[in-house]
Design a protein around this ligand. Structure first.
Ligand code: HEM
Ligand code: MTE
Ligand code: MO
Length: 470
């Protein structure tokens, strides 16, 4: 390292385009990252650092504070930054996470900046409705601090010059609706995929999911009152932007197909209450979109803008993330334009009690197993099968709590439980669970054959190894 050439800031800023090659600094290191750009899991945002330091961006995305990231970076090292300049550069950096809400200690962080956390699985299924303080949090950026009094939602219908805006009180005056819906992150149960082969993404267990009642105004009514004609087929998508932005001011964004936004039975809400109280800051205060049956990523929090368009959202999270791929696709071959954005999620289940590695009491030669099952698109769970002998005998679980709503409006999860006989001599067992939904779709058996480089849609049979105590 010491033998490498020394550069000053001017040298570095003159390498900010592909034809001049792209250099960045990190602490005293100088790196030529031109050849890494196309395989960067965070997309072309990496170019924001071209010709300067990556540090302010890594304060924003602390996922980079990780040995495997430093190892990649070091492999591109070409030199060292002049000492004096190095000290000046980092002096004035401030933490973009200075104003985060307080979180409950029971939420176990998968990353702190941005804040991402889930409950221990045993706690998750103690109640059908997840208390707000214990609801998993999935943030990509610092939490904005929006104020009810000054809040405004802007609605643009493409081609119509004048945009319309709604204050919080305007929205609250419109007829309201309450639904019970489960929200799940596409990365839920990613840890099972990681066990098979590493992926790039947060190491979520089975608790990146939660259920709440959501109260708000149907998006459909708001769009119509903003001037959208229901039978206008020019438009294909409804785009959402959140109030959380990165260092360049680019907002979190996503979109859903317009038919879903306009479908009376789609129940898409601009929600202002979660479990009967104003939505907490972490979950989108004062307004978030609830798109029941659809992947968490489209349920945009801190909603500030809606655009009715013929195009999908161009946000990173719609275009270059939250998509599925073949197990053989890797970061060198992946082409994000070739897969559609995830919308409805496939059927999934998880064993929450006992949890992986724990010890269970055998009572009358049986163990009690408890978990959840859920399916996207408004499908209902019709059966959950559980085995402790690798599928030689399956036991059908009882539904401890299931919402009465009929498909295709069955938005909430099912909590299930089953007592299963275990072999008298065995000291440990592997429990498997799989669910079947109202379309008779079921879960794939092995994680190997659905593995993908981003670790999304991890819905293989849930398999949990536990010790037995008599
Ligand atoms: C994710 C490397 C610069 C934004 C990642 C990941 C790696 C990586 C390995 C995947 C981490 C994981 O999930 O395990 C690098 C390297 C950089 C760099 C070597 C050197 C220049 C940047 C910059 C930005 C950025 C400058 C932003 C301006 C992101 C984002 C993600 C990401 C948004 C995705 C986080 C998520 O999973 O949601 N990067 N990165 N990166 N990176 Fe970078
Ligand atoms: N909305 C905004 N504005 N910013 C975000 O980072 N994360 C999305 C979605 N909406 C996100 C967002 C993702 S990926 C998920 S899984 C859900 O919010 C998580 O919602 P929760 O934190 O309320 O559980
Ligand atoms: Mo997510």
């Amino acid at each position: 390292k010491e033998d490498l050439p020394v550069y000053n800031l001017e040298d570095i800023s003159s390498h900010a385009t592909r034809d001049k090659r792209i250099w960045v600094t990190y602490k005293e290191g100088v790196y030529d990252i031109t050849n890494f750009i196309d395989t960067h899991p965070g997309g072309d945002q990496i170019l924001l650092a071209a010709g300067s330091s990556v540090e302010p961006f890594w304060l924003l995305y602390s996922i980079h504070e990780n040995p495997h990231v430093y190892k990649i970076l070091e492999s591109y090292r070409i030199g060292n930054l002049n000492k004096d300049e190095c000290n000046n550069l980092t002096k004035d950096m401030t933490d973009p996470y200075f104003n985060e809400p307080k979180r409950h200690n029971a939420l176990k962080p998968a990353s702190k900046k941005p804040f991402n956390a889930e409950l221990p699985p045993e706690l998750l299924i103690q109640s059908f409705i997840t208390p707000n303080e214990l609801f998993y949090v999935r943030n990509h950026l610092p939490v904005p601090d929006l104020k009810a009094e000054t809040y405004e939602l802007e609605i643009e219908i493409e081609g119509v010059k004048k945009t319309k805006s709604f204050r919080l009180e305007d929205l609250k005056k419109l007829p309201k609706k309450t639904i019970t819906a489960t929200i799940m992150c596409a990365g839920n149960r990613r840890s099972d995929m990681i066990k098979h082969k590493p992926v790039k993404g947060l190491n979520w267990g089975p608790a990146a999911i939660g259920t709440a009642t959501w109260t708000g105004v149907p998006l459909r009514d708001v769009l119509i009152s903003a001037g959208l004609k229901e039978d206008d087929d020019k438009f294909k998508h409804v785009q959402f932007e959140g109030g959380d932005s990165d260092v360049t001011g680019k907002m979190y964004g996503a979109s859903i197909p317009i038919w879903r936004a306009l479908d009376k039975r789609g129940d898409v809400l601009l929600a202002y209450e979660m479990n009967g109280v104003p939505i907490p800051r972490d979950h989108g205060f004062p307004i978030r979109v609830i798109v029941p049956g659809v992947v968490g990523a489209r349920n945009v929090k801190w909603l500030e803008k809606i655009t009715v368009s013929d195009k999908e959202s161009d946000s990173h999270w719609q275009q270059n993330d939250y998509k599925g791929f073949s197990p053989s696709t890797d970061w060198d071959t992946v082409d994000f334009t070739k897969s559609p954005a995830i919308q409805e999620l496939p059927v999934i289940s998880a064993i929450c009690q006992p949890s992986e590695g724990s010890t269970v009491k055998v009572e009358q030669d049986k163990i009690t197993v408890k978990g959840y099952a859920w399916s996207g698109g408004g499908h209902k769970i019709v059966r959950v099968d559980v085995t402790v002998d690798g599928g030689k005998s399956w036991h059908v679980a009882n539904f401890e709590h299931q919402d009465a709503a009929l498909p295709p409006q069955h938005w909430a999860w099912t909590i299930w439980t089953v007592k299963i006989p275990v072999d008298k001599k065995s000291k440990n067992v592997e429990i498997w669970a799989k669910a079947v939904d109202s379309s008779y779709n079921t879960q794939p058996e092995s994680v190997e054959n659905i593995w993908n480089l981003r670790g999304v849609l991890s819905n293989a049979y849930h398999k949990v190894k536990v010790n037995l105590k008599r």
